[in-house]
Design a protein around this ligand. Sequence first.
Ligand code: PAF
Length: 291
Amino acid sequence: MTASPSGGPLVVRTRAELAEALLAASSAVALVPTMGALHEGHASLLDHARGVVGPEGRLVASIFVNPMQFGAGEDLDRYPRTLDSDLERCAAHGVDVAFVPTVDEVYPGGEPEVSVEPGPRALLLEGASRPGHFRGVLTVVAKLFGLVRPDVAVFGEKDYQQLVLIRRMTRDLCLGIEVQGAPTVRDPDGLALSSRNRFLSAPERARALALSGALAAGRDAGAHGGAATLDAARAVLAAGGVEPDYLALTGPDLEEAPSAGDARLLVAARVGATRLIDNTAVRLGTPRAPD
Ligand code: PAF
């Protein structure tokens, strides 16, 4: 257990240290699970979590690159590891405890015999091209929930399918934890913040703007219905020379999109060697009130 000299978070690396750090927690505990490489998007999750538990609450951030959610040939080795700056960001955003376990600490004896079956919604979208990904995500999140036992856990809407599945797991398995989503944070030009953006060259970054541009065009066409929404988004992707892995319009829980009402527009595309995802809420069939 390492107390930060600068008054930052208590850094704990083992289950025992984590349990000891949380022993005296009589107030509400909020958890923000991360894989590190923290950016302003994560900072907004930490701020959101602090807002939920208040100044007296305990804010825990986990920093763990979870091998179980990476498939063969995915970027596990390339995934950025930036612990020093992560801990600085945690300090700046009032994290009380940073849980930074090793792979052995989370998976003693290797992959668990029992894992979380993520259900049919995990077969769509990201799940279609990343078999096993959500089994890995839900299994590690369930473990983190068991280790930290938070009252509330906060996840970004940027990984929308992940958020839906974590909500579903928490509900279906009666885990008794409040799962909250926090809005995606974007650069001023619209690009959704992501740990993977650092891999984009300048021309790739410019091309990547087609994703957020497509979502904005789709959202603006929402009043004209689902087909118009998809057409508008597709046109922006094509104009930007970006071939999507998927561009999908669904209901808010990833069910079939309604003909009118709340929906979600989701996109994934490879820009150069970097795979990016993004999504937005869309209101179908009702003209948007002016901003
Ligand atoms: O969104 C992420 O960073 C990860 O999928 C999560 C939720 C921390 C699980 O490893």
